[in-house]
Design a protein around this ligand. Structure first.
Ligand code: HT7
Ligand code: ZN
Length: 873
């Protein structure tokens, strides 16, 4: 399979400047006619062929300026259309193809989801609809005419504004949509179906009225209100924070049930996975509400970062994705709790991105080569990409960052551009040099930042020796020093901030050390007592921090640090140190466990900390985090056992306080998804989980009661999930009840599939096989497949990485089967194997065996690419 390189980027010799599409949608098939207005570039030589992308299209007719082409003038095959000698002037190329959306299970291009016709074009789906320059640097204006049966498709939507509609005879009707903003084809969308909707409007800062619509299956309209509320708040926030107004008169969202990703930012017509639209208290959890708010915001924010300013090529994907994730993170931080948002984002980064960056699939945020672009919609591009933008904001300050954003839009609105251009806007707006900073985009791997401290009482100096190192990653043996913004503070003996008279050895601005070399020694003078340093506040750089700080210092920070992130971090570090030492054979001392218990009790009892923060703080790092910390020869069973014992040792002494808190937090008010109520529920449910984990008498009954009496899905699921993890005697009954109660609602069934798949017990693989073998299980629906097998591969470390290899074989066989239906889903599930090099030798061999068996079968490019990178070769 051939590799595409960034260095080979060349502009196309032709441009498509406008597109007229005419779709005739019928239940048997869809005919797509395209009229492309094509122009050669000034320097295009006569006789240069026009090469258009196509994927699986069958050409019906072809003409230039109305004259049909003779057979020798063009060639059409499975991956494109070439016109050998097009005119060296502006001309109109007209083609007609017939599509089969009904059998399109890859869910790219035009497909049918539960009766609704819809499209997904990013990154290379448009070529499955018509022959085109399917590359993001070709911007064109689109006009779309759709004709469809009125009975099955009364709703006809596309990008932009509706300009015409009417009766087309024979039970058919038509609609014409025009999008005045030039766009790349990946932002094209259409929807045709029998859908319900809710409508609203938004008045922009300059006083324009925008009509808002959310379309869904009939009967689900009342579940779209939270999404609409989130959309309006997103629109207002982007004006307030970045001065960015919406630009069309219409903004529509459509919820569909078969979707490869979360959602898609098509211009003026976002298409969403329905699980990120529908919410009502008795079927959606607080996590679901959060996810909807976040993704609605994310896709909306793409209107400027992605659509108005787009990517020159797919290597630049994180130009739009990293920046837009940063923007949605900021939105949530402003709308909810900044500290809680930061802690959960960092937890996600460590859980998903760090393993990617430290494993066989590591790649730079801006890769320089790929075989299959769909495999690069990764947590490195998205979440590490957002961390890079966040560091830029930290280095430039909020005002400096805004100046850079303003200049970026001023320079590049209406263009397809690059990471270089993005950085240049920030450099120029602030008069700084970002050449070294750019390395973050080009280099893979998580840097390790090691800190050694030295206090000199005689001289009253305090020195921090800072060292950074990044391990080699596939294809990048040598690493350069990065620019690390390290936010910090020094705490005096009573816990209050400590100042200094002078500082030397590195660039230090107020609370920020900027480390830009492999090593630096920062010396503070005028330090009367040994301080405790709080380093990397707010997780100001995506690194692994290694310091020799004692348990005592960490618990001091947990009590006194003014930075909530580091208070949380300090408690996690203490728990992590105890767990790791025990797994490696050094049991914890009673004193160290007691000290941690006491600090946690104090955190729980605090009158100033909020509930959501407490819920995050009252925990021991999860099994996968402990595994990553150990990093080699991992035995997941041992980690599971040790963590269980540690939870018991730390939380059993707090049982009375946990129970009292649990009881005190019971709610009497109706469900609301606001930050305060969500925090309250998450702390109460954490209490329940900890009571179960510490095997407090009656905890299993309490959980079963909560499950049965719950008035919302958050409380019901929390009880079910922690009972399943603990393996209480009531679990089987609860799971059966859940299935009966909610089995008819596919999105709630997903929750049942996920808890089932995550159970750390023997027999789970057999249960999953039975579920998959049921003829009513929809193997074409990505949500169902991901909930079951995706959850198993990602979140069930003991059963997926079973020493006998049964977990690996199950997933590999699943990948073989699903690859034939939907290669994107198969490839993503397969990435669960990326942990294999860290496992002990028995498990490593078992994983390699399963991967070798997979390699021996016929595979899609998506799966083959992941597999080759994973096993090397
Ligand atoms: N820009 C989108 C990324 C995407 C996608 C969405 C749906 C189906 C397939 C897809 N491939 C890539 C989503 C986003 O980041 O906003
Ligand atoms: Zn995005």
């Amino acid at each position: 399979e051939h590799t595409i390189y960034l260095k080979d980027y060349t502009p196309s010799p032709y441009r498509i400047v406008s597109v007229d599409l005419d779709f005739r949608i019928l239940t048997e098939n869809t005919r797509a006619r395209a009229q492309l207005t094509v122009e050669p570039r000034d320097d295009t030589a006569p006789g240069t062929p026009l090469v258009l992308d196509g994927d699986g299209l069958v050409l019906g007719s072809i003409a230039i300026d109305g004259a049909p082409l003779v057979l020798s003038a063009y060639a059409a095959n499975d991956d494109g259309l070439t016109v050998f000698e097009p005119p060296l002037r502006r001309f109109v190329l007209e083609t007609e193809v017939t599509l089969q959306p009904e059998t399109n299970t890859k869910l790219m291009g035009l497909y049918r989801s539960s009766g609704t016709w819809c499209t997904q074009c990013e990154p290379e789906g448009f070529r499955r609809i018509t022959y085109y320059l399917d590359r993001p640097d070709n911007l064109a204006v689109f006009k779309v005419r759709m004709t469809a049966p009125l009975d099955v498709a009364p709703v006809l939507l596309a990008n932009g504004n509706l300009v015409d509609k009417g009766d087309a005879g024979d039970g058919m009707h038509y609609a014409v949509w025009e999008d005045p903003f030039p766009k790349p084809a990946y932002l094209f969308a259409l929807v045709a179906g029998d859908l319900g909707s809710i409508t609203d409007s938004f008045i922009t800062g300059s006083g324009r009225k925008v009509d808002l619509g959310i379309y869904c299956t009939h009967g689900k309209e009342d579940q779209c209100l939270w999404a609409m509320d989130s959309l309006k708040r997103s629109m207002a926030w982007d004006e307030r924070r970045f001065g960015l107004e919406y630009d069309l008169d219409v903004f529509n969202i459509v919820a569909v049930s078969d979707f490869n990703f979360g959602a898609m930012e098509n211009k003026g017509l976002n298409i969403f996975n329905d699980k990120l639209v529908f919410a009502k208290p008795d079927t959606a959890t607080d996590g679901d509400y959060d996810g909807i708010e976040r993704v609605i915001a994310h896709e909306y924010f793409h209107n400027w970062t992605g659509n108005r300013v787009t990517c020159r090529d797919w290597f630049q994907l994180c130009l739009k994705e990293g920046l837009t994730v940063y923007r949605d993170q900021e939105f949530t931080s402003d709308e909810r709790s900044r500290a809680v948002k930061r802690i959960s984002d960092v937890a996600t980064l460590r859980r998903a991105q760090f393993p990617e960056d430290g494993g066989p699939l590591a790649h730079p945020p801006r890769p320089d080569q790929f075989r299959e672009i769909n495999n690069f919609y990764t947590t490195t591009v998205y979440e590490k990409g957002a961390e890079i933008v966040r560091m830029l904001a930290t280095l430039l300050g909020e005002a400096g960052f805004r100046k850079g954003m303003d200049l970026y839009f001023e320079r590049h609105d209406g263009e397809a551009t690059t990471i270089e251009a993005f950085l240049a806007a920030f450099a120029d707006a602030n008069g700084v040099n970002l050449d070294q900073f750019k390395t973050w985009y080009l280099q893979a791997g998580t840097p390790k930042l090691t800190v050694n401290e030295h206090y000199d009482a005689d001289r009253q100096t305090y020195t921090l020796k800072l060292t950074q190192e990044t391990q080699p990653t596939p294809g990048q043996p040598n690493k350069q020093a990065l620019v690390l913004p390290i936010k910090f503070g020094l705490l005096g003996p009573n816990g209050s901030p400590m100042g200094w008279s002078e500082v030397s050895g590195a660039e230090v601005r107020d609370d920020l050390i900027v480390l830009n070399s492999a090593m630096a020694e920062v010396t503070f003078t005028g330090i009367a007592n040994r301080p405790v340093a709080s380093l990397l506040r707010g997780f100001s750089a995506p690194v692994v921090l290694e310091s020799q700080s004692s348990q005592q210092d960490q618990l001091f920070l947990a009590r006194h640090d003014s930075d909530p992130f580091n208070r949380w971090q300090a408690l996690q570090d203490v728990g992590m140190a105890l767990a790791v030492a025990a797994v490696k054979g050094t049991p914890w001392s009673d004193a160290s466990v007691t000290a941690l218990s006491e600090a946690l009790a104090e955190t729980l009892g605090s009158e100033t900390l909020d509930d959501a923060f407490k819920a995050l703080a009252l925990n021991i790092p999860d099994e996968q985090s402990i595994g990553r910390e150990i990093a080699t020869d991992i035995d997941p069973d041992k980690i599971h056992a040790v963590r269980g014992k540690l939870l018991h040792a730390v939380f059993e002494p707090l049982a009375m306080q946990l129970l009292a808190t649990y009881n005190a937090l019971a709610s009497t008010t109706p469900y609301a998804p606001d930050a305060l109520s969500t925090g309250r529920r998450s702390l109460r449910n954490r209490m329940l989980g900890l009571l179960l984990a510490s095997e407090a008498a009656g905890a299993d009954m309490l959980a079963a009661q909560q499950y049965g009496n719950a008035t919302n899905m958050t409380d019901r699921m929390a009880a079910l999930a922690s009972s399943t993890y603990a393996g209480t005697p009531q679990v089987a009954g609860m799971l059966a009840d859940f299935r009966t109660r909610f089995g008819g609602d596919p999105l709630v069934l997903d929750k049942w599939l996920a808890v089932t798949a995550a159970a750390p017990r023997d027999g789970v693989i057999e249960d999953m096989k039975a579920i998959l073998a049921d003829p009513s299980f929809p193997k074409t629906n990505p949500n169902r497949l991901r909930s079951l097998v995706g959850t198993f591969a990602m979140n069930n470390p003991t059963q997926f990485a079973r020493a006998d290899g049964a977990g690996f074989r199950f997933v590999a066989e699943f990948v073989t089967e699903v690859d034939k239906i939907n290669p994107q889903v198969a490839a993503r599930v397969l990435t669960g194997f990326r942990i294999w090099p860290m496992l002990d030798s028995t498990r490593r061999d078992a994983a390699k065996g399963a991967l070798a068996a997979l390699q021996a079968t016929a595979l899609s490019r998506n799966v083959a690419d992941i597999l080759t990178r994973m096993v090397g070769g």
